[in-house]
Write a protein that binds this ligand. Sequence first.
Ligand SMILES: CC(C)(COP(=O)(O)OP(=O)(O)OC[C@H]1O[C@@H](n2cnc3c(N)ncnc32)[C@H](O)[C@@H]1OP(=O)(O)O)[C@@H](O)C(=O)NCCC(=O)NCCS
Length: 167
Amino acid sequence: MTDLSIRDMIPTDVERVCEIIGQHNKWDKEIAGPFFLREFKENIAGLRRSRHFVAEISGRVTGSSGWIESQICAHGIYWLGWTYVDEANRRQGIGQALLDHVETTVRGLGCRKIYLDTGATGYDTAIKFYERNGFVNETILPDYYSSGVACYVMAKTLTKALAQSIR
Ligand SMILES: CC(C)(COP(=O)(O)OP(=O)(O)OC[C@H]1O[C@@H](n2cnc3c(N)ncnc32)[C@H](O)[C@@H]1OP(=O)(O)O)[C@@H](O)C(=O)NCCC(=O)NCCS
């Protein structure tokens, strides 16, 4: 896609990104907005613990993704951020371009393993998309999102270098 570009998310993108998220999941939409606003504030304060990107086609935001550094005691672990593509623009390579961009960025930060969480039901497309990109389901957390709604924790190892150097 020739006019596809990826850039950092800015505050004026939040409404549009939340609209895209809301197409798939109303609950995610509610928690994404405050998350992004906190991210902007932390970044201004010099605390870059997460970063989100948007995909644009002809100047219109069509998707988002990003990374969140693990706050648990582990080196080189990142989580995939809010990854959503406008339903009118799916299956055109936008999600792939966003995921490639995130992977390149976290590799540059020393990421050795990237995780993601996704719903065990209602996310078949996303699961296929992640599997195609080398993610494997590592565990299932029952009742994670709400009672009866489980979470798949998928992961992809990017490099074993850090783990080997510690040993
Ligand atoms: C998952 C999602 C981000 C993928 O974005 P996308 O732009 O449609 O994906 P792409 O066009 O880049 O697809 C890349 C590859 O993923 C796989 N894929 C994507 N959609 C697929 C589908 N519906 N069925 C099977 N495989 C699929 C294919 O292998 C595809 O490559 P191909 O088209 O050459 O066969 C998008 O479907 C989406 O926003 N879904 C709803 C929100 C969601 O579930 N987000 C994840 C939250 S954890």
